[in-house]
Design a protein around this ligand. Structure first.
Ligand code: DAH
Length: 337
């Protein structure tokens, strides 16, 4: 039996140290319930009383030796594998990183900021108003009572009968005049809504930039001076402006304002459709009723107001012929700006 135990020990150790040793398998083969060492121990009943403890002790030593050898080989193997893994996953910190793709300002925002800068330079400040608006501010206070035909051209989205998505930035005029005493000199850029179907020149959501000046002694000459200065800065120093009589309920007199075509200088071309002039905004002197609605005495104060479509300015400046390009977020288009 001693020889058997010695042989088991020798075989097991050789297997444990061999290349590619399957340690679990070896454990089962020698130490498992049906293993070789267990088989030897089972045969101990046939030994003499003196021999039994000696063989038992020897068998235990063999078991302990094999167990210890398996344990050591297992931890050596794990360390080896870890080294291999670390070597394979080694990071070269001196390699250049993956550069993040930088976005940039959307052309509409770009134009809005340019427009803001021009007016800020003339002493205007920026006012904000809600996009979800009361009928009162969007229409009534602006001298557009219920059933006024001007409501048809500004059909918008109603939340309730009295609450709607603003169809113009003009209601900000009212908010400002309610909360501020003259002198007032503000612009207000922002989103507006109309229930229009999408096409090359219409969108149910678009952007306007409103302007309002109220003080003592403000005249149409001031309006013209401000808009002429704007046009020259925005479209080039040669640019002239022209007022055409028009009607807006909240201004009197009212005008549509054109700039001389910056593509042909006024001779007539494709951009201005042969006119030499391009319409860019609506404007006028603030209607006395609007001032009165805001508790400002029209005998004491006067003012002017104007309203641009920001999309329109962007399309003119960048020769964009389809408004939808501004909303589709096609990077091939946007990356050009
Ligand atoms: N709110 C007008 C519109 O959406 C534009 C406008 C015209 C604004 C004349 C004004 C103005 O402030 O004086 O069509």
């Amino acid at each position: 039996m001693r020889e058997m135990l010695a042989k088991i020990k020798q075989d097991a150790m050789a297997k444990i140290l061999a290349d590619g040793a399957d340690l679990d398998q070896i454990r089962i083969q020698y130490l498992g319930k049906k293993g070789e060492l267990t088989a030897v121990l089972r045969g101990m009943g046939a030994l003499s009383a003196e021999e039994r403890p000696l063989i038992g002790q020897l068998a235990n030593e063999v078991r302990a030796t094999i167990e210890e050898a398996i344990k050591q080989r297992a931890s050596a193997k794990a360390a080896e594998e870890l080294d291999k893994k670390l070597a394979a996953e080694r990071i070269d910190v001196t390699m250049p990183g993956a550069a993040p793709r930088m976005g940039h300002t959307h052309p509409l925002t770009l134009v809005q900021h340019d427009m803001e800068d021009i007016f800020l330079g003339m002493g205007f400040t920026i006012a904000e108003g809600p996009e979800v608006e009361y009928d009162y501010y969007n229409f009534q206070a602006l001298n557009i009572p219920e059933n006024h035909p001007a409501r048809d051209t500004q059909d918008t989205f109603y939340i309730t009968e009295k609450v709607l998505l603003r169809s113009q930035t003009s209601p900000v005029q009212v908010h400002v005049m309610e909360s501020q005493r003259p002198p007032i000199r503000i612009i207000s850029p922002g989103r507006v809504y109309r229930s229009d179907a999408v096409d090359a020149t219409h969108s149910p959501l678009f952007h306007q930039l409103e302007g309002l000046v109220v003080d003592k002694g403000i005249t149409m000459a001031d309006l013209k001076g401000v808009l002429a200065a704007f046009a020259k800065t925005c479209f080039g120093p040669e640019t002239r402006i022209r007022f055409r009589p028009h009607h807006f309920p909240f201004t009197e007199p009212s005008a549509e304002v054109d700039v001389s075509c910056f593509a042909c200088g006024g001779k007539g071309c494709r951009l201005c459709k042969g006119e030499g002039w391009i319409e860019i905004l609506g404007a006028g002197m603030v209607h006395p009723n609007v001032l009165r609605n805001c508790n400002i005495d029209p005998e004491e104060y006067s003012g002017f107001a104007f309203g641009f479509g920001i999309e329109r300015i962007a399309m003119l400046k960048y020769h964009i012929d389809d408004m939808r390009l501004l909303y589709e977020n096609d990077v091939r288009f946007l990356s050009q700006f």
